[in-house]
Design a protein around this ligand. Structure first.
Ligand code: GDP
Length: 450
């Protein structure tokens, strides 16, 4: 896949705002705009990073007063000549301006085409391009931080450094081939093993961050389980109501499913299968065991809600098995019934009805994510494509390590290491040629205009 040099255009803002932005990019971006833009002077004569007031005209008719921001190649997002037209945010005005720009020689951009061009122009690598999409979709501080770090290239730099070290190994091994008659070893096998093990550890660390990274990006799945009448839906309503400002924003995002989730101190928590909690059916279900097990299987945190009305002073053994990666919070609800009771250690007392203990529960939720242990500069993998590439790279590295152990000849060893390099390279797109299919999948997830 190589981009053409058409002049592409697309609205870059959603309808309904006071202003709208239309992006135009390509060799002929200025000429295309100048056919419909009337300012003090043509945009083709303008310097980069300047803004120009003017009108968009259709013959004698003025469509709108606009501001045109000019970017000159290579100093633009795409690396090409680009213009961003700010007009009034009417869907009619935007469609009229688009129509005129099409007639002037532009064509509609496909989803992600601006970013695809930026990638081919070397403005950003593939993982940075993916971070742009994540940034646009981010709906919590944590998701924003992950996308922002990745977009700024910290992750790419870490991968490049692994790649460089591996390339160094292959060059040493390949040097041996040139001197194969003389039976020399440029790459001390013990040293080789040490470096490979170190890289293996780095890969493993990155792989291990994925579960948390992905959960932070998508929202941490939480299951609330407990007997009928324990107060599950009261608790859920309370959490949702207290964070209403944030919850209501979710409806406006482009997610397919509007789910119940809240942001607590910048981290999004998603409540699993809350429809079941909220309907009376659940209460009528005899034990709801099946549903409970399904909830638990998908959760990272389980809130086990016990009812004070039936609480005997000790916590009964759970009626379910907790998955390995899952944290359990045991909560006794309705403490308002017996405010003086002292609960076993580690058990949170709550009154979902009055709100007592809710802050403690929130802090416990935050702690259970494991996100607090993350350093701001820690590299966290949040993209499943990257996770897969890293996992495959690590298996290849394991094979290389085994080969080393078994005294594999330098050329075969080097080939195994090259596999590792290739899979790491797939993440950033550096040093590998990626299939159109991979690029197509990545960029088709973008919105139009990005
Ligand atoms: P669910 O079946 O687990 O979803 O339970 P509900 O949330 O529907 O609550 C069952 C009953 O317990 C309702 O009558 C609630 O008003 C009551 N309830 C819930 N939380 C509390 C609480 O903290 N204190 C008291 N006293 N009652 C509560």
């Amino acid at each position: 896949m190589q981009p053409d040099h058409d002049t592409i255009l697309a609205p870059a803002t959603a309808t309904g705002g006071a202003l709208a932005v239309i992006r135009i990019s390509g060799d002929d971006a200025f000429a295309v705009c100048d056919r419909v833009f009337r300012g003090r002077s043509p945009l083709a004569e303008a310097q980069g990073y300047t803004v120009h007031y003017g009108r968009i005209v259709d013959g004698d008719r003025t469509i709108d007063d606009v501001l045109a921001t000019v970017f000159r190649a290579p100093h633009s997002y795409t690396g090409e000549n680009s213009v961003e037209l700010s007009c009034h945010g009417s869907a009619y005005i935007v469609s009229e301006i688009l129509r005129l720009l099409f007639a002037a020689g532009g064509r509609m951009a496909t989803p992600g085409e601006f970013t695809l061009r930026a990638y081919f122009a070397g403005k950003l690598d593939l993982s940075q391009a993916e971070a742009v999409a994540d940034l646009i979709a981010s709906s919590s501080r944590a998701a924003h931080a992950l996308a922002s770090n990745q977009m700024r290239g910290g992750y790419s730099a870490a991968l490049d450094s692994l790649r460089d070290r591996l390339l160094h190994l292959t060059s040493l091994l390949e040097l041996e081939l040139d001197f194969s008659e003389e039976d020399v070893e440029f790459a001390d096998r013990q040293e080789l093993q040490r470096i490979m093990q170190d890289i293996d550890q780095h890969l493993n660390q990155l792989i291990n961050t994925f579960a948390l990274g992905n959960a932070l990006k998508e929202g941490i799945p939480v299951a609330i389980v407990g007997a009928p009448n324990a107060g599950k839906s009261t608790l859920l309503n309370r959490l949702l109501n207290e964070e209403r400002a944030i919850v209501s924003e979710i409806a406006g995002t482009t997610r397919d499913v509007i789910e119940e989730s809240v942001c607590i101190e910048g981290i999004r928590f998603r409540f699993i299968d809350t429809a079941g909690i909220r309907t009376t059916d659940d209460r009528l279900e005899r034990m709801g065991i099946e549903r409970t097990l399904q909830r638990i299987a998908r959760a990272r945190i389980v809130i086990r809600l016990l009812d004070m009305a039936h609480f005997t002073g000790s916590v009964p053994a759970p009626e379910f098995e907790l998955p390995e990666r899952c944290s359990l919070l045991t909560v006794v609800n309705k403490i308002d019934l017996q405010p003086d009771i002292s609960l076993p250690q580690g058990v949170i007392g709550l009154s979902a009805r009055d709100g007592a203990g809710l802050d403690t529960l929130r802090q416990a939720l935050l702690q259970s994510t494991g996100a607090e242990e993350l350093d701001q500069n820690d590299i966290v993998v949040s993209n499943s494509r990257h996770f897969e590439a890293l996992s495959i790279a690590r298996s290849a590295l394991q094979r290389a390590l085994n080969g080393l152990h078994e005294g594999l000849p330098a050329d075969l060893l080097s080939e195994e290491i090259r596999q590792v390099i290739r899979h790491i390279g797939e993440i950033t797109g550096r040093g590998v040629i990626l299939s159109d299919e991979i690029l197509g999948t990545i960029f088709s997830k973008f919105c139009i205009g990005k």
